[in-house]
Design a protein around this ligand. Sequence first.
Ligand SMILES: [Zn+2]
Length: 315
Amino acid sequence: MQSGTMSAELAFNRNVDVDYGVAEEVAPDIRRIVANNPGPYTFLGTNTYIVGSGHLAVVDPGPADEVHLQAIADAVKGECLTHILITHSHHDHCDAAKPLQAMLGGEIIAYGPTDTARGAGVAGLGDVFVDASFVPDRVVRDGETVKGKGFALDVLHMPGHAPDHLCFAHVGRRTMFTGDHVMGWNTTVIAPPEGNMAAFLESLERLMQRNDKLFLPGHGGRIQTPQRMVRAYITHRKWREQTILACLDDGTGTIRGIVGKLYGSLDRALQEAAALSVRAHLEHLIARKIVRTESAGEFLEAGGWLEAVYVRAVS
Ligand SMILES: [Zn+2]
C-alpha cells in the first residue's frame, strides 16, 4: 500500500519475548503465563491471565497442555482459585478449563451455548477451532459482574470473532481482557458463520466508547494505546471493504479471485482465513444491499463457495 492512502498496515508490536511457563506481572494484580502453542493463528501462544492476589480468577486457561497447566498451578501455589473465565469457546482458550478445575477448583464461567451457527460453514478453520460441546458451570450475560475476593470483572458480550465472545473489564483498573476481539499482534479472524463482520464492528464501536488504558489480549503483548488500536482495527476493515468493492468494479467477483488479488503474498496457512474474511465482508455488504449474489447459495451447497460470483447491487 502506498503511504497517504488509508493503509491496511496496522502497527503491531511483534517484538515480544516470551518465556513459556513463567508468570509475569503485566499490570498490578495481573500475571500472564503464555502457553507453548505458537502457530499462524495464535502468534507465540495463548495468554493465560491470573487476576488478583490470594483469591484469584484465571482468564482463558488456554490449551489442555500439561506443562502449561502445571505452570499455572505452580504460579498460584498457596492461593485460592475461585473463578475460571473463558472469553470464547475456541480450543486454544478453553480446553484447559476442566483440567485446571480438576487440579485447583474454581467455577467455570462463560457465555455458554449460542443460538447462532457455529464453525466456519466450510471444512477447515472454524470447525477445527470451535469446541461446540463446551458448557460452563455458570452462564453470564452482558452487563453482569463476576465478583471475587478483592477483584471484580464486568462482563461485555462482544460477538464478531465468535458468537459467544466475552471481554472482561477489570473493575476500577481501566483494564480490559480482550480475548481475540482485539489482539496485540494481528487483525482478528472473522470466519462466517462463526464470525460476523457487522457484529464485530459494533463490538469495536463499543470499545471506542470506553476509556480503558490497557488491553490484555488473548495473543500478543499488552496494548497500551487501546483507543488507537481499536480505531486502527475499524479503519482497517473499512479500507478492506473498499478494496473488495474495487475488485468487484474491476470484474473480479469470486472470492478466489479477490483473495488472489488482495492477499497474493499471503502464507498458505492464512489463505483460508483470508478467503473467509472476504466472505464475511461480502455478507456484510449484502446485508446493507451494496452487493448482491445470485450464485452464492448453490455454490455453498456444492462446497464451491470460492467460485460464487458477487456483483455491485444496482441502486
Ligand atoms: Zn478465537
